[in-house]
Design a protein around this ligand. Structure first.
Ligand code: GLC
Ligand code: GLC
Length: 652
């Protein structure tokens, strides 16, 4: 960054000039709505120095930097003027209460509209269901216009302003956002900003030979640079394709394609790209999206000689988007999707970058603990890795539309006596059912023969043993699977952060193997947990006798308990020693309330000693809010296989 005094001097000067010109261009609107303009200029003043220095650092070397700066402010002003009144009111509310999302009443849900309800119109019918589950933020998986056939489940976007016509229209989406907001549900959408599809208008114009649009992407005439870059890149989808570059016959050029060959990486060193994507972002915000999931954040900046992941500029770009959002759509929050090493995940989590972040380390380690029945690695990692600033929060999840990757830190593993390489092999064997005695039924995802890497697909229920137990028609095994599922939910709902339910998991959806018959999907095992099966739409939502009903009811109950506990307001999580390698214990504390959570990851009864309980304030016993029973004074805590408690201390 340039020295502070330089910014001090030049930032205000630049803003003065720019605002004069923007004011001139928008004079008709401004004279009609002077207050709206006033609000805008106030907020620009507040965030300008930050935005200016970020953009200057990223693009200051461009001869036409000032032009880009002006266009960016213009886009922000235009977008603010166009922003619907209800969203402006929400902006004002959230500026006043910036910690709103930290509440224990926050619960997320995520679904594919086409799989869940066919289309947006019918999604409305399910709002009652979302409310029953307690959902306060709903993430609709990418529903934009995409290429026919293979489109990476919607992550190859052809137009950020158009909805896939099979699903609905942008107007319907905007209406849906307003309806949800009235019902107390925030709408979350993806910002797939690392790449577009090869059918996006920019990619088409690039293919037609337009130099300006070729500069939107990373293109190469020959293999010279690609070969140099390639030496340090990892293959994300190695079974589909080796290498990160795709030959394009029309242009006679190599295109950088980190993911699939039809997903073209955008070139953020070009300020046109930043500007164009900023406009798309603000457009989405004005449709009523208040949580934006920043997809594949790690990959947006390339640097020769590096893995081209988590580069410092990736952070600067997100910070610049953040500053713009603060100016033109202050209610908008960013959620980071960085499924990378825990040291890198943390770096995206800061108020001026992403307020929310997926917690992939917790997710992977929960599955690790379930497989081993031991909590040492989970415990070790959570003690020193889970802490983030109080102004941000984790999004805790068990399953999502993607695979499970074992992204724990190797040194963490070694510190607790685990060989990381062998352990990953064990986990993969365990979850693909190769390991003798494993309860899990998962599918291998993206085996890489060069380094042995493998990830896992499957639903919560199938991975936790339900599929196998049902096939065996064994009531005891079924009971164990049910307990495992509930244990995992207890963890998701009680760790600090916002729980995120992958819809289907609330009723115990099993793996769906029908994708194997679809040539556009059969090569991607993630479809095994992206199913069209619907339970919530069926009449038997009232049939209390089914396993589905039992799962759903328990979910509703747990969510209800969570929402009533001020101790679960974000922050304050203190790990406590359980004295037992199978018990994971921690305390949540807030507003004078204290809750001890103990989870038994073993398939045998386990116990936490009375003196340990006493040492953390439970000497007089405790009341379990889950099963509504009391442990007595100076008694140990005995937990049956996979049982958990949320204990309130008893004061005598
Ligand atoms: C994200 C998505 C994943 C997709 C990838 C490429 O990681 O979650 O489903 O394949 O980005 O867009
Ligand atoms: C990689 C990426 C992650 C993506 C996943 C898709 O792990 O880091 O962003 O979700 O691949 O499988």
């Amino acid at each position: 960054m340039p020295p502070v005094h330089w910014t001090d001097q030049h930032a205000p000067k630049a803003l003065d000039r720019i605002l004069n010109r923007v004011m001139h261009d928008l004079s008709a609107d401004i004279s009609q709505h002077p207050q709206i303009w006033q609000d805008f200029t106030d907020r620009v003043q507040d965030h300008w120095r930050r935005l200016f220095s970020l953009l200057h650092e990223l693009y200051g070397w461009q001869y036409d930097f000032f032009y880009h700066l002006e266009q960016i402010v213009f886009t922000a002003a235009r977008s603010w003027i166009d922003r619907p009144a209800y969203l402006k009111a929400l902006d004002a509310e959230r500026i006043k209460q910036p910690d709103w999302f930290q509440s224990q009443t926050m619960v997320g849900g995520v679904l594919y509209v086409d799989l869940f309800s066919d289309n947006l119109a019918r999604l409305k019918e399910h709002i009652v269901y979302f409310k029953k589950l307690g959902i306060t933020y709903l993430h609709l998986m990418p529903l934009f216009a995409v290429p026919h056939g293979d489109n990476d489940g919607g992550y190859a976007v052809s137009d950020y302003r158009a909805i896939n016509p099979d699903i609905g229209t942008m107007d319907e989406l905007a209406q849906m956002a307003a309806i949800l907001q009235k019902e107390g549900i925030d709408l979350a959408l993806d910002f797939v900003f690392n790449h577009t599809s090869n059918e996006h208008r920019w990619a088409r114009r690039a293919q037609a030979g337009e130099a300006d649009f070729q500069a939107y992407y990373h293109l190469f005439d020959d293999r010279q640079l690609p070969d140099q870059y390639q030496q340090n890149l990892r293959d994300i989808f190695p079974t589909v394709r080796q290498g990160s570059f795709t030959w394009n016959e029309e242009m006679h050029k190599w295109v950088w394609t980190t993911f699939n060959s039809y997903q073209w990486d955008l070139n953020y060193s070009n300020p046109d790209v930043f500007r164009a994507m900023a406009a798309e972002m603000l457009f989405l915000a004005n449709q009523g999206v208040t949580i934006l999931r920043l997809d594949a954040v790690a990959f947006i900046w390339k640097r020769l000689g590096t893995a081209c992941e988590n580069q410092p500029e990736a952070h600067l770009i997100i910070q610049a988007f953040n500053a713009l959002a603060n100016i033109a759509a202050p209610a908008l929050l960013f959620k980071s999707e960085a499924i990378v090493h825990p040291d890198e995940v943390i770096k995206y989590i800061r108020p001026d970058e992403c307020r929310l972040s997926y917690n992939p380390t917790l997710m992977a380690l929960l599955w690790e603990a379930l497989a081993t029945g031991e909590v040492k690695l989970l415990d070790y990692a959570m003690r020193h890795r889970n802490r983030i600033t109080q102004e941000c929060t984790w999004v805790n999840y068990l399953r999502c539309h993607d695979d499970i990757g074992w992204t724990f830190d190797d040194d963490d593993a070694r510190a607790v006596g685990i060989d990381p390489v062998g352990h990953r092999r064990f986990l993969n064997d365990f979850y693909t059912g190769k390991f003798q005695g494993s309860f899990a039924k998962g599918m291998p995802f993206q085996f890489n023969p060069n380094n042995g890497d493998l990830r896992i697909s499957g639903t919560l229920a199938s991975l936790a043993g339900l599929e196998q137990a049902l096939a065996a028609e064994n009531p005891q095994l079924i009971e164990m699977a049910v307990r495992r599922i509930n244990l995992m939910r207890s963890m998701m709902l009680s760790m600090s952060g916002i729980p995120l339910i992958y819809l289907g998991d609330e009723w115990g959806m099993l793996n769906d193997y029908t994708y194997l018959d679809d040539p556009a999907r059969s090569g991607d095992s993630r479809w095994v947990h992206r199913s069209r099966r619907r339970w919530e739409a069926r009449e038997d939502l009232t049939d209390a006798d089914t396993l589905q009903w039992r799962f759903f009811n328990e979910m509703v109950r747990l969510v209800g308990i969570r929402k009533n506990l001020p101790a679960f307001y974000n922050g304050g999580l203190e790990m406590v020693p359980s004295g037992n390698p199978h018990l994971f214990a921690f305390v949540r504390q807030n507003q004078g309330q204290r809750i001890l959570i103990v989870n038994n990851f073993s398939d045998h009864p386990q116990s936490m000693a009375a003196d340990l309980l006493a040492s953390i304030g439970y000497g007089q016993g405790g009341l379990d809010l889950i099963a509504d029973w009391q442990i007595q004074t100076e008694q140990p805590l005995d937990l049956d296989a996979y049982r958990f408690v949320w204990l309130k201390p008893v004061q005598k």
